[in-house]
Design a protein around this ligand. Structure first.
Ligand code: IPE
Ligand code: IPE
Ligand code: MG
Length: 258
């Protein structure tokens, strides 16, 4: 699988990956936090115990990303397809989102981290919608890093909504079809104003996007890490950045010559 090379995996005696001193952080890292359920099942625990442990990784990785100088960290927390899961698991996840937003805002404020949500909030329970608005307001002065949380996020639905909105504006005579540009579509997405991700990382070993940032990932680098999300920590993030730093991004142009 695409993962770390042995060089990237190499660690010093202190458990810090080699090269961690001169990491060049990508501006925007997006993470598909996968494998919570399997992490728990492997230990004979209920799946929700894996989601709870996953929250520790969220805290560690958010903090570390900010320290390393990442400007945007996007975390895929709940997809539009995740409503298909058993009621108990969905309820358990909703309770965890409530817990996180009530407990973490203060920490985010003290660390200068601004929170922003992408996806369709209208299908979330009303109290959570209120907590989302409050969290965005409370953290709005944070300038160190933006933490983008994808909650009830589905990329195709988002693109369909953007297309519908632009066609309404054409029908109303506000714009013409010539105004339907890449920039106009990007502006209608819930990620409007957020730069495209430089790196999308997925834990758990699965190698798919699962309807995440399809439009935004046109030139993103992908990294599939063979670890479940609750086992992903600061060192794992540093290793991911080292792997990213070894990539050669060409954007369709000619290979860089050293
Ligand atoms: C990711 O872990 C968390 C969410 C989708 C909310 P999973 O719950 O998908 O864990 P696995 O993939 O079943 O192990
Ligand atoms: C993607 O993981 C969604 C989140 C991490 C929130 P899933 O576990 O839902 O994806 P599939 O079903 O394995 O594709
Ligand atoms: Mg999964």
């Amino acid at each position: 699988m695409l993962g770390f090379t042995s060089k990237e995996k190499a660690k010093s005696d202190e458990g810090i990956p080699q090269g961690a001193d001169d990491l060049t952080p990508p501006q925007h890292i997006a993470i598909i936090m996968d494998g919570n359920g399997r992490w728990a099942t492997k230990r004979g625990l209920p799946r929700i115990a894996g989601h709870k442990r996953g929250l520790n990784s969220v805290r560690k990785v958010t903090r570390e990303a900010k320290i390393l100088g990442v400007k945007y960290l996007t975390l895929f927390a709940f997809s539009t397809e995740n409503w298909l899961r058993p009621r108990d698991e969905v309820h358990g996840l909703m309770d965890l989102f409530r817990f996180y937003m009530r407990r973490e805002c203060k920490t985010l404020v003290s660390e200068g981290v601004r929170i922003r949500f992408i996806g369709d909030p209208s299908e979330m329970p009303e109290d959570i919608q209120r907590l989302m608005i409050e969290a965005e307001e409370l953290t709005s002065d944070g300038h160190e890093m933006t933490l983008v949380v994808a909650l009830n996020y589905g990329s195709r639905a988002e693109i369909v909504r953007a297309a519908a909105r632009l066609s309404e504006r054409v029908a109303a005579g506000e714009i013409t079809s010539a105004d339907v540009t890449e920039a106009a579509i990007s502006d209608e997405l819930t990620t409007s104003g957020i730069p495209d991700p430089d790196l999308i990382l997925r834990t758990s070993g699965e190698q798919r996007l699962s309807n995440f940032l399809l439009w935004q990932a046109a030139y993103t680098e992908f990294l599939f890490v063979d670890k479940h999300w609750p086992d992903f920590d600061q060192t794992s993030l540093q290793q991911a950045i080292i792997a990213y730093n070894n990539r050669d991004r060409r954007f369709g142009a000619i290979e860089k010559t050293a």
